[in-house]
Design a protein around this ligand. Structure first.
Ligand code: ARG
Length: 471
């Protein structure tokens, strides 16, 4: 059979043009969604009396057989048939005969491809919320196991104030929680039906778009037919959310890489998640976080790529828009890989509590607390800051830490010091003094963990509900 659109043409398509314009090599990934959309469309054509019931049944049976063949791998696509939509239509006509040609009644590939993309992405949105949930759970479990682990907290990568390692991990639980929330929010914009927009203006057939939407589980129908076929915002939104998730993963990656260096030795990643060197036998490299850090680049690239494709693009469909797919598939695969690896890597990570604790003993991260102590004695904070600055300088010159100073040495800097400062300076007390909502004190972190647990249960329930809806 010649091309589905061959009627108007007198010449064969140039071979290179055929190859250049075809999308089947990558949009074959949409086969299932394409058949799903076609089944709903043809059912509606039957209900509306646009096609006789017998034809509808023949087409549906044929579509099921074509999908089975695709799934079995007992199918070969033709570049000449351009994309998944025409390849499936061709396979259908081969299977059921000319009646298969009735499927495309009242439909265009423009509203068809948009529908496929919506069906595809809404599944991914639910899967990614699930993957984020798994990673959050792994971080939360490590936080629970490290409620008594004190570690230096940093600003400017310089030791700042001691914190609970659990508190540090819970920061990531919050970050990935916002990511999940963003994806959940985007669901309502992914879950919209473009089909029925036709090529751009609607269709002359008395179709029922709301019936199609209902069959496919879409909550809304696009209001405007031009917008329906031109809109790729929902993909951009997904690519933005994916970029932010990768950015968060890259920050965690960077910390894991630093923490597992010999200079830090705060954590050790499990052998199963590291690789060796072909020349240096002693090496154990944190390749997974390094690659995730690196792959963040391509995920940003896919976002910028599609933003640029869409920039200044006139309404409605333009072939440029076929460029929405490869970047999206690439981002889906990249993000899936990263999240799937991170959850077990965090779960199996060994935390060197003693080394973290030793690090806290060897720094001035308790300096703020004796400044606060002097403030408690009535000294204005600015003056207290000056006093402690001088005390720290003295320590550095003497090769001592604050806890090594005698009370007499302290008193050289202010008569307000008394022996209660030794308790104030203990890292446990420094941590627990920050007993404000969201702070690092043990009771606050415990409560943060409990609250996160409740949220994670709600997310799990959302995933169960929406996994069903988005199938
Ligand atoms: N393969 C095309 C795409 O991915 C499908 C839509 C083609 N529509 C058209 N009028 N050529 O965008």
């Amino acid at each position: 059979m010649s091309k589905l659109w061959g009627g108007r043409f007198t010449k064969k398509t140039d071979q290179l043009v055929e190859e250049y314009t075809a999308s089947i090599t990558f949009d074959k990934e949409l086969a299932e969604e394409d058949v799903q959309g076609s089944l709903a469309h043809v059912t509606m054509l039957g209900k509306q009396g646009i096609l006789p019931d017998a034809d509808v049944e023949t087409i549906k049976d044929g579509l099921h057989r074509v999908l089975q063949r695709i799934k079995r791998g007992d199918w070969e696509y033709e570049i000449a048939d351009e994309d998944i939509h025409m390849n499936i239509e061709k396979a259908l006509i081969d299977d059921v005969g000319p009646v298969g040609g009735k499927l495309h009644t009242g439909r265009s590939r423009n509203d068809q491809v948009a529908t496929d993309m919506h069906l595809y992405l809404r599944k991914r949105v639910v899967e990614f919320v699930d993957l984020l949930h798994k990673l959050q759970s792994a971080l939360l479990e490590q936080a629970k196991a490290n409620l008594d682990t004190i570690v230096p907290g940093y600003t400017h990568l310089q030791r700042a104030q001691p914190i609970l390692f659990a508190h540090h991990l819970m920061a990531y639980v919050s970050m990935f929680g916002r990511d999940a929330e963003r994806l959940q929010d985007s669901y309502k914009r992914v879950n919209m039906l473009p089909l029925g927009a036709g090529a751009l203006a609607g269709t002359t057939f008395p179709i029922d778009r709301h019936f199609v939407a209902k069959q496919l589980g879409f909550d809304r129908v696009y209001e405007n037919s031009l917008d329906a076929v031109s809109d790729r915002d929902f993909i951009l939104e997904f690519l933005s959310h994916a970029s932010i998730i990768m950015m968060h993963l890259s920050r965690l990656s960077e910390e894991l890489i630093l923490w597992s260096s010999t200079e830090f030795r705060f954590v050790e990643l499990d052998d199963a998640f590291c690789t060796g060197s072909s020349i240096m036998p002693q090496k154990k490299n944190p390749d997974v976080p390094e690659l995730v850090r690196g792959k963040t680049g391509r995920v940003y690239g896919n976002l910028i790529g599609l933003l640029t494709v869409l920039k200044s693009l006139p309404l409605a469909y333009n072939k440029d828009m076929q460029e929405d797919k490869e970047g999206m598939f690439d981002t889906v695969r990249t993000l899936q890989g990263a999240l799937q690896l991170f959850a077990p890597m965090i779960a199996t990570m060994k935390v060197n509590k003693d080394i973290m604790r030793q690090a806290v003993n060897q720094d001035f991260s308790n300096a703020t607390d004796i400044a606060d102590f002097l403030v408690g004695k009535g000294l204005p904070f600015r003056q207290a800051h000056e006093v402690i600055g001088k005390t720290v300088l003295y320590c550095i010159q003497q090769g001592k830490y604050l806890l090594d100073l005698t009370l007499e040495e302290f008193k050289q800097f202010s008569p307000l010091f008394d022996d209660r400062i030794y308790a104030v300076l203990q890292p446990e007390n420094v941590v627990n003094a920050r007993n404000v909502y969201g702070g690092t004190a043990t009771p606050q972190v415990s409560e943060a963990i409990s609250r996160a647990q409740v949220e994670l249960e709600a997310t799990a329930a959302w995933v169960t509900e929406f996994a069903e809806k988005s199938r």
